[in-house]
Ligand binder design. Structure first.
Ligand code: GAL
Length: 462
């Protein structure tokens, strides 16, 4: 069915290039080499070190092992690779770090030389330790960093400014589970300022891109990656549950998507919900934010039911209906496997914002590593194969039945890696990594062969 869906996109002209088929990673989660080559600390280094948590000092050692990983992707059949840049590797304050920049030049060239198109995220949560998303100064700092990277990596055709501002603002400046670990339960304004500055930083980078780089790189695109769960009314006959479902999707996805793909400003719902705590855009900012993404980058993992009789915050999100779970629980507490939710979210995005194209920049599932040494069951990951089968089928249905213009798909993730505050216990990789081995041995899982192989089959059908 996936191949029929791709055929449809080709036939109706949505797909002007081959379907993007890749895996996604993030610098801090895989690179290691935390103090090598002139890299300075990010707030994730200081957060994990100061609290004695698991850290990513070595992680998958991608910093040294990337040539091997590129050969692996190539052999598996992936045509694209999403990596992110460690800002504090390429800049020390306002200064350039040549060695760090060279790392990404070489990585990019090595990918291209192996027929793999890089998709580059500028910011995947590893803020240089001296910046703070609550402060406005981060906007210009990000713009300078983006400008430098656009100039240094002229061969990159896909740029993503930020990964999931909802998560890094919520988890970093509200729940405090992620760096910088600043809980602010009453101070929603911290999280809202983070989000506001993220939108402005994205828009500034987009402005620089359009003015200085896009004219000479007509093939290249720039966008942002937003994340969303799907929220299904618990009782589809209940108008209140249906209204809450809309409200929840709007608070999670619409918070960022409405300014970018809609009116340039926060939705009436978001304004009403947060009231006076929500920063206000100037007319000039609205003009800069509106339309500032060439594609809709979407990360999606899970869904909940919403029960309006319980309230409208997190308490209203439930994972069972009449005692029946919404889906099986994966290796992460928050991740229930709900393939049909992916379909509904894609259809919702098409209905509401009608973007030219959608790139699924992350989708995947975790296993919990109990540490009992049963590596075989982690490698023979039938559950993950089934996850991809089912989610990809729902994606294909969205393309075929609802005309949703999905032009790319990135599995999260290539390698088992540092899963933020959960450390190394939750494994999302298509490739197993032995974190007890100083050489960080990789073992290909069944899911890697399955997902990689899907596109090789599509190519041979052309
Ligand atoms: C995303 C995030 C990734 C990864 C994944 C699995 O929100 O972008 O870095 O951790 O979730 O939890």
């Amino acid at each position: 069915m996936l191949h029929d869906a791709i055929g449809k996109l080709e036939a109706d002209g949505t797909l002007t290039k081959p379907f993007m088929w890749g895996t996604a990673t993030a610098a801090y989660q895989v690179e290691g080499g935390w103090n090598e080559g002139g890299r300075t600390p990010s707030h994730w280094d200081t957060f994990t070190h100061s609290r004695g948590m698991a850290n990513a000092d070595v992680a998958c050692d991608f910093y040294h092992k990337y040539p091997e990983d590129i050969q692996l992707m190539k052999r598996l059949g992936f045509t694209h690779f999403r990596y992110s840049i460690s800002w504090s590797r390429v800049m020390n304050g306002k200064l350039r770090n040549e060695q760090g920049i060279q790392f990404y030049r070489t990585l990019t060239q090595e990918l291209l030389a192996n027929g793999i198109e890089p998709v580059v995220t500028l910011y995947h949560w590893d803020l240089p330790a001296h910046y703070d998303w609550r402060e406005e100064s981060v906007v210009e700092a990000f713009a300078d960093f983006a400008d430098m990277m656009f100039s240094e990596l002229p061969d990159v055709k896909y740029w993503i400014t930020l990964n999931e501002p909802w998560v890094f603002c919520f988890q970093g400046y509200h729940f405090g589970l992620h760096a910088p670990g600043a809980p602010g339960s009453e101070k929603v304004s911290d999280m809202l300022h983070c989000g506001h500055h993220a939108l402005l930083a994205h828009a500034r980078a987009h402005g620089i891109w359009k003015e200085r780089y896009a004219p000479s790189r007509p093939d290249a695109q720039l966008g942002i990656t937003l994340n969303s769960d799907w929220f299904e009314p618990l009782d589809s006959n209940s108008a209140a549950d249906r209204a809450l479902s809309d409200k929840k999707v709007d608070l999670m996805l619409g918070w960022f998507a409405e300014p970018i793909y809609g009116l340039g400003d926060y939705s009436a719902n978001v304004k009403g919900y947060f009231g006076g705590a929500l920063p206000v855009f100037t007319e000039e900012e609205i003009a800069a934010v509106k339309g500032s993404s060439d594609f809709f980058g979407l990360n999606h993992y899970t869904s909940s039911f919403v029960d309006s009789t319980r309230g409208e915050g997190f308490e209203a999100e439930v994972r069972a209906r009449h005692g029946a779970p919404i889906g099986a629980k994966a290796g992460s507490d928050w991740l229930y496997i709900v393939p049909w939710g992916f379909n509904r979210l894609l259809a919702y995005i098409k209905r509401r914002w009608n973007p030219k194209s959608i790139i699924v920049t992350e989708n995947g599932v975790s296993d919990h590593d109990s540490g009992d040494g049963d590596v075989a069951s982690l490698i023979n990951d039938h559950g993950r194969v089934k996850f991809y089968q089912d989610y990809l089928t729902e994606m294909a249905k969205a393309i075929l039945e609802d005309d949703v213009p999905v032009v790319g798909y990135f599995a999260w993730t290539l390698l088992d890696n540092f899963e933020w505050d959960k450390g190394y216990v939750e494994r999302f990789g298509l490739v197993y990594v032995d974190f007890t081995d100083p050489g960080r041995r990789r073992v290909v899982k069944q899911s890697a062969e399955y997902v990689g192989g899907l596109m090789a089959q599509a190519d041979s059908c052309r």
